[in-house]
Ligand binder design. Structure first.
Ligand SMILES: CC(C)(COP(=O)(O)OP(=O)(O)OC[C@H]1O[C@@H](n2cnc3c(N)ncnc32)[C@H](O[C@H]2O[C@H](COP(=O)(O)OP(=O)(O)OP(=O)(O)O)[C@@H](O)[C@H]2O)[C@@H]1O)[C@@H](O)C(=O)NCCC(=O)NCCS
Ligand SMILES: Nc1ncnc2[nH]cnc12
Length: 279
């Protein structure tokens, strides 16, 4: 694959559009209600330091960094280079949000999808983006530096889950196997894009070991969140007549317990990106 890099270069306009699509997907995720415990255009969920405007500001700030990641992917960058850009993007996000971590997980997961999209466009390789991530960067993701004190790393150590790193190294299975089919089923059931996003979000919460839920609520919090989401999905998700009231009741129950599945919010945005990029 590396030899190809000397002879091909990616069309700049297509690469530029990757950052804008990624930022749009982050904005669409925020503009989705009811998402249990999460911030939306309606309320701040279980968050005291974030609101809709702050998350939109965070998303806008990241657009050029997603473009840089796409360009780096197109240029054949290894994980060290992507990590360096990701750390700069984290700094830019924190500067724009007054120090609030709005999108650290998204910089990582969506950033890797952008790098894979750049690579795929540059070499016209018709593989799913998740597979490109796993094959090109999977090993380096798992063997890379581990933050000692991040909430996610702590939750992984304590509860034996894989978190954002393992998801990415395995080619984003929650995006491909859970969120995308749910997004499409939600669309087919309702013809409504926001309802389809709610359906995908609840499907993710039902299945993913979100380290934010573990950090805030421990194993009990994660089990509660998964049980609520599974009951909602088993009753038909957004296919049930009173779906909005039921999803809003789950949202209220998460807020009352201070639970917020920030990882599932990121995975929803990532599914929206793959849905568009691989269409
Ligand atoms: C590899 C890193 C992602 C670091 O990961 P780690 O797990 O060690 O650390 P965290 O800082 O906790 O970040 C992980 C974030 O990933 C999201 N996430 C959680 N579970 C999953 C999952 N199962 N699958 C995928 N993604 C998941 C989640 O992000 C969202 O939550 C953020 C809010 O988090 P936090 O501030 O902890 O939460 P609060 O509850 O609000 O805190 P308090 O108010 O209680 O204090 C929000 O940002 C969402 O995005 C996890 O938080 C990575 O950061 C890394 O290595 N970076 C280096 C740069 C790099 O390599 N970049 C790659 C470039 S392509
Ligand atoms: N909508 C949202 N609410 C809270 N945390 C998030 N992280 C990413 N999107 C989020």
């Amino acid at each position: 694959m590396t030899a190809l890099l000397q002879y091909h270069s990616a069309p700049a306009s297509r690469l530029t559009s990757i950052g804008s699509l990624a930022a749009d997907c982050l904005k669409l995720e925020v503009a989705t209600y009811p998402k249990p415990g999460l911030v939306s255009h309606v309320d701040n969920g279980a968050h005291h330091d974030m609101d809709f405007a702050l998350l939109i500001r965070g998303a806008k700030t990241l657009e050029p960094w997603f473009d840089d990641l796409a360009a780096a992917g197109a240029a054949g960058a290894g994980m060290d280079r992507l990590r360096a850009i990701g750390i700069e993007a984290e700094r830019a996000m924190l500067a724009a949000t007054g120090g609030v971590n709005t999108h650290r997980g998204a910089i990582f997961g969506l950033g890797l999808l952008c790098a894979a999209a750049g690579f795929r466009q540059a070499y016209a390789i018709p593989l799913p983006l998740g597979r490109i991530i796993a094959e090109r960067w999977g090993e380096a993701i798992l063997s890379g530096p581990l933050p000692l004190r991040s909430h996610g790393a702590e939750a992984c150590r304590r509860h034996g889950v894989g978190g954002a790193r393992l998801e990415a190294a395995q080619g984003q299975p929650a995006v491909y196997d859970i969120a995308l089919p749910a997004l499409r089923a939600g669309r087919a059931a309702t013809g409504n894009e926001e309802a389809a996003r709610v359906h995908a979000c609840l499907a993710l919460i039902a299945a993913v070991a979100d380290t934010n839920l573990l950090h805030r609520g421990g194993a009990t919090g994660l089990a509660f969140a998964q049980r609520e989401a599974r009951t909602f999905m088993a009753a038909g998700g957004v296919g049930q007549p009173n779906w909005k009231a039921r999803a809003a009741a789950i949202h209220d129950a998460f807020v009352a317990r201070n639970l917020s599945p920030g990882g599932c919010a990121d995975l929803l945005a990532m599914a929206l990106f793959v849905d568009r990029e691989e269409a």
